[in-house]
Design a binder for this molecule. Structure first.
Ligand SMILES: Nc1ncnc2c1ncn2[C@@H]1O[C@H](COP(=O)(O)OP(=O)(O)OP(=O)(O)O)[C@@H](O)[C@H]1O
Length: 712
């Protein structure tokens, strides 16, 4: 049987006063005892004066140290003067008269009644809830007055917290009762910032507090948004089940959102930083080992190019971006596949959801989320069919983890369908000159203003209808994307086989089309067409496993135009260059003598070229495509040629030309140039010459398909 012990309340014998009554009684008794002892020992009255003076001095010093209120200090000084005066009087005369003790009693009674004035604690706010330090109290009082002046709201500031960055502070406010809501305060944010004379670019954010009646005013005093922040070079694995981060808020909080279920809409005028933000998001999502990034960029694939180059150049085995669509036809394929996957997952993973006791598809590296990032969504929704597909995907893809992130020039219904905006939980408006864009995006009483932002790369983000918060997106440059791409190519997951099956042939053959399309985006925008690349699927074109019998065939895929000619057939019809021309490089089937291999190669195809060797020698033959291309340069008597012009000269398309030259390390120049009044991208003769030299030196192994081109 157990015993229970009950703790008895212990008597408190200490002499510490427990309240104003006991403190007054104790003080009065002590004074009477002192007067009695002084009278018996005939103490000099001067000691009474000395004790009074010491008490007064101590009151002032300790009061200042403890931040005692002025009324507290005056009360204590009055007690010392009254008590000390009485003691001095009794020492000079005698305490043993009725009047003397009556005076002591009246003094004690007065002191007891006025005791609350003597509180040693600093002044509390009106609600008496929070302790505010002197500096904070001043700021708090200012904001209480400001809220009354600007918003006609008699609110109580309960605390002021300075940000660790020193760039602002939070004002914690309790709203008064009587129907005042946080929303009402939001519309005054701009007016409050103006009244507070905040520096340019700084503002007041109205955020929720610990309960519905509590509000946090985030006041920035330094324009941190004006400082460029580069993407932190951290590409370590992450999860889509946690918020992704794309920048910083004014108080240096990470700016980001959870995108497992919510789709994202980003609007901003040209050059406001949308693509940079999408790149931030691509890095952040690419790092997630339970997420696959797909790009849909109808603006020429600029979003994807810095990611895909490392794969096209053969520096990684897997493409960091699982699927990229640079044209309408491919975009439709992609979104159709996304819908098929979402529908399939809905039906097929019921048991998995039951096993995890969740309604939401449990994503993992084996069953990754697919996030489709759409740059220039307005272009996508211009096409009715693609618009319908995107809307359907947005409607059905949430649970099944096929999500959309869309950018557009404006958040208006002409560019983003109303339903699409309404279904979007994470809304971002980038900086721009037009205040009304904020109204279109966040509603007309959001209380935010473009003045709070600091130009390109800054914007407002609203999560699930919350008050928009300003942020600065990380700046990410191509070199850093390349670094990220190299890592992400190795860490990103593969699509689960069931989803890949559901997506069908479009998904299976995407790499072929991507390689062809991105190898030369300047190709005569055959955006509606699709060709298969003559290499194995999962390998970049520069490091293909060379098949024994290369597939020299361009397959017309479903829906593609059937007018695509086989480049090899086309090439056969090309007239060979006239013998002895300036560009008459060694025939690929002839062999060089060792001495010839060491001979300096021509630096310019227009310059005299080495004589054709007299006899076949072991060495590295120059591929026909390179030989003919150099010949075309010589014919044109130019150092640079547009892709289309060069391809025309060779009787093939620019895409085919790019596919043939890229494995030899020859790509188009990064910048467009003007020829015959037209600006386009193209090739430099010196790049072809350098490739020829590298082949001669044995530094490049010419893939079988390229070496045999254009043979049947
Ligand atoms: N976060 C940022 N930090 C610093 N500079 C930025 C940032 N974002 C964008 N910029 C600057 O703004 C320029 C335009 O950015 P970006 O191409 O991302 O804009 P955009 O809205 O996509 O433009 P467009 O619609 O014309 O493609 C960039 O070249 C860069 O100089």
């Amino acid at each position: 049987m157990g015993t229970t012990t009950t703790a008895k309340p212990r008597a408190d014998w200490s002499l510490a006063p427990r309240g104003p009554v006991s403190a007054t009684a104790q003080g009065t008794l002590a004074l009477a005892a002192l007067a009695t002892v002084g009278d018996v020992t005939a103490l000099d009255p001067i000691w009474g004066g000395a004790v009074t003076a010491a008490g007064l001095l101590g009151t002032v010093v300790v009061g200042a140290h403890r931040n005692t209120t002025p009324s507290g200090i005056v009360y204590r000084m009055a007690c010392w003067i009254g008590g000390g005066g009485w003691l001095t009087w009794t020492l000079a005369t005698t305490p043993w008269t009725l009047n003397t003790f009556a005076a002591l009693g009246i003094g004690a009674l007065t002191a007891g009644i006025l005791a609350p004035l003597g509180s040693a604690t600093p002044r509390t706010n009106r609600a008496g809830k929070a302790l505010v330090l002197r500096q904070s109290a001043r700021i708090g009082a200012e904001w209480e007055a400001r809220l009354l002046r600007v918003c006609r709201i008699r609110a109580t500031v309960t605390d002021v917290i300075t940000w660790p960055t020193g760039t602002g502070y939070d004002v914690l406010v309790d709203l008064p009762g009587g129907g005042i809501t946080r929303k009402q305060l939001e519309s005054f944010a701009e007016a409050l910032a103006t009244d507070a004379r905040l520096p340019e670019g700084c503002g007041v954010e109205i955020c929720g507090g610990v309960h519905r009646g509590a509000v946090v005013l985030r006041v920035s005093t330094v324009n941190r948004l004006a400082q460029t922040i580069t993407y932190p070079a951290d590409y370590s694995p992450a999860s889509v089940l946690e918020p992704i981060c794309w920048g910083e808020h004014t108080n240096a909080d990470p700016a980001g959102a959870l995108v497992r279920e919510e789709s994202v809409l980003i609007a901003g005028k040209r050059g406001s930083g949308k693509t940079t933000l999408l790149q931030d998001i691509s890095v952040a999502l690419g790092r997630c080992t339970d997420n696959l990034v797909w790009h849909l960029d109808l603006n020429g694939g600029g979003l994807t190019q810095p990611w895909i180059d490392v794969w096209l150049d053969g520096r990684v085995q897997r493409c960091p971006i699982d699927w990229a669509a640079p044209n309408l036809r491919e975009g439709k394929r992609m979104i159709t596949a996304g819908i098929a996957i979402a529908k399939h997952r809905k039906a097929s993973y019921r048991r998995l959801k039951r096993a995890h006791n969740t309604n939401l598809l449990p994503v993992s590296p084996d069953l990754p989320q697919i996030t489709i990032i759409v740059d220039e969504g307005a272009q996508a929704v211009k096409d009715r069919e693609l618009e319908a597909l995107l809307s359907e995907l947005q409607n059905i893809g949430r649970n099944e983890a096929v999500n959309l992130i869309i950018s557009a020039l404006r958040p208006t219904s002409d560019l983003v369908p109303v339903n699409m905006r309404k279904q979007t939980g994470v809304r971002i408006q980038m900086h721009g000159p037009d205040e009304e864009e904020l109204g279109h995006m966040f509603g007309w009483k959001s209380g935010v203003s473009m003045d709070q932002l600091a130009g390109k790369g800054t914007g407002f983000v609203s999560l699930d209808g919350a008050t928009p918060r300003p942020f600065r997106a990380y700046n990410v440059l191509p070199a850093q994307i390349e670094q990220a791409a190299l890592v992400i190519a190795t860490t990103r997951p593969n699509l689960d086989p069931a989803s890949a099956d559901a997506a069908g042939e479009s998904y299976a053959s995407r790499y072929q089309r991507m390689a062809a399309a991105f190898a030369d985006l300047d190709a005569d925008d055959t955006t509606e067409e699709a060709t298969t690349y003559p290499y194995a699927l999962d390998h970049p074109p520069t490091s293909p496993p060379v098949p024994a019998a290369p597939a020299r065939r361009l397959t017309v895929l479903n829906g593609g135009a059937d007018s695509w000619a086989d480049p090899f057939t086309l090439a056969r019809t090309t007239t060979p260059p006239p013998a002895g021309s300036a560009a008459d490089w060694p025939d690929p089937r002839t062999r060089l003598r060792p001495a010839d291999q060491l001979a300096p190669a021509p630096t310019n195809a227009g310059a005299p070229v080495p004589a054709r060797p007299a006899a076949p020698t072991p060495g590295w033959p120059l591929p026909e495509i390179l030989r003919r291309a150099l010949h075309a340069f010589a014919d044109a008597n130019d150092d640079r040629m547009h892709s289309a012009t060069l391809a025309d000269a060779l009787g093939i398309t620019p895409t085919e030309l790019a596919a043939l030259l890229r494995p030899l390390g020859v790509t188009t120049l990064p910048r467009a140039f003007i020829r015959n009044g037209r600006e386009a991208r193209g090739y430099a003769r010196e790049d072809l010459t350098a490739a020829a030299q590298r082949i001669h030196r044995g530094e490049i192994t010419v893939p079988g398909e390229i070496a045999k081109w254009p043979a049947a």
